[in-house]
Ligand binder design. Structure first.
Ligand SMILES: *[C@@H]1O[C@H](CO)[C@@H](O)[C@H](O)[C@H]1NC(C)=O
Ligand SMILES: *[C@@H]1O[C@H](CO)[C@@H](O)[C@H](O)[C@H]1NC(C)=O
Ligand SMILES: *[C@@H]1O[C@H](CO)[C@@H](O)[C@H](O)[C@H]1NC(C)=O
Ligand SMILES: *[C@@H]1O[C@H](CO)[C@@H](O)[C@H](O)[C@H]1NC(C)=O
Ligand SMILES: *[C@@H]1O[C@H](CO)[C@@H](O)[C@H](O)[C@H]1NC(C)=O
Length: 227
């Protein structure tokens, strides 16, 4: 009798709940809607495999082909689910994810490099602080707060300059976010997984240079709303 009553109570809910469907190849995630994720209740994510998506515009274009944008895990559960999928599909790490140092903050870094001033984005006050607007994101439907606490190293991590004779000094910095540690099967509790890479990917890099191998990224995390 109790069971029958419960059945009648729950049936209408099941009948009227709209089925949320992601396009083929995308994983479905339920999210808590907040002002910081543009009130997103459902989000679809896909790990797209394509060569040289360390190049940011290639990565952006690969997502666009699926009517998606670059995206980033919103919490530990999303990161773990995507990692498990990546291990099962045997997709090599690292993976390009949303987020890039703003051009204004990059200029500030170059200025500081040139004058040999300290670059510390944790200590910097103002817009280029890591918790403020150091990074810009393509995706408006993801709260990036969690991901920005998951850096494996300091930010920036990888920068330098070249100079020939009396030519201008040419600066560079790794400024695009990438996700790693997806294959690690030891203790994954609290594992940090975000680092930075060169936004040009392997374009123009000599294949025999050690930096070629380090800069190869062949998969990108894309996200979009359900169908
Ligand atoms: C937030 O999501 C709605 C769709 O629900 C969309 O129309 C709007 O453009 C999004 N906001 C921004 C800032 O893109
Ligand atoms: C992307 O959106 C366009 C326009 O709505 C549609 O014609 C196309 O089929 C979509 N492509 C994919 C892969 O979803
Ligand atoms: C996984 O990928 C690696 C590198 O591409 C390859 O060497 C290995 O054989 C693959 N393993 C499986 C089970 O497909
Ligand atoms: C940056 O500053 C913070 C806070 O003062 C300090 O803990 C950290 O070690 C500094 N990082 C670097 C790379 O110097
Ligand atoms: C796993 O790592 C976490 C965080 O470092 C630690 O607190 C926990 O004790 C570890 N668990 C095991 C089983 O080693």
């Amino acid at each position: 009798m109790v069971a029958l009553l419960l059945l009648f109570l729950t049936l209408p809910v099941a009948v009227f709940t709209k089925d949320v469907k992601c396009p083929e190849g995308f994983l479905h995630f339920k999210r808590t809607p907040t002002a910081k994720n543009n009130h997103t209740k459902n989000w679809c994510m896909k790990v797209s495999v394509y060569e040289n998506v360390g190049n940011r515009d290639n990565a952006r274009s690969v997502c666009l082909a699926d009517n998606a944008t670059l995206t980033i895990p919103e919490n530990r559960e999303e990161y773990e689910a995507i990692s498990a999928y990546i291990r099962k599909a045997n997709i090599s790490e690292p993976h390009a994810i949303d987020g890039q140092i703003s051009q204004k903050c990059k200029l500030k870094m170059f200025r500081h490099q040139r004058l040999r001033l300290e670059i510390n984005t944790t200590r910097w006050t103002g817009d280029c602080n890591i918790k403020k607007n150091l990074f810009t994101f393509d995706d408006v439907n993801t709260d990036t707060t969690f991901a920005l606490t998951q850096f494996e190293w300091s930010v920036p991590n990888g920068q330098g300059a070249t100079q020939h004779d009396r030519d201008p000094k040419l600066f560079w910095v790794d400024e695009c976010l990438k996700m790693s540690q997806t294959h690690y099967t030891g203790n994954r509790t609290g594992l940090p997984f975000v680092d930075l890479s060169w936004c040009m990917g392997v374009d123009g890099t000599d294949k025999s240079d050690w930096r070629f191998k380090y800069r190869v990224i062949n998969s990108v995390l894309c996200g979009r709303r359900p169908l």
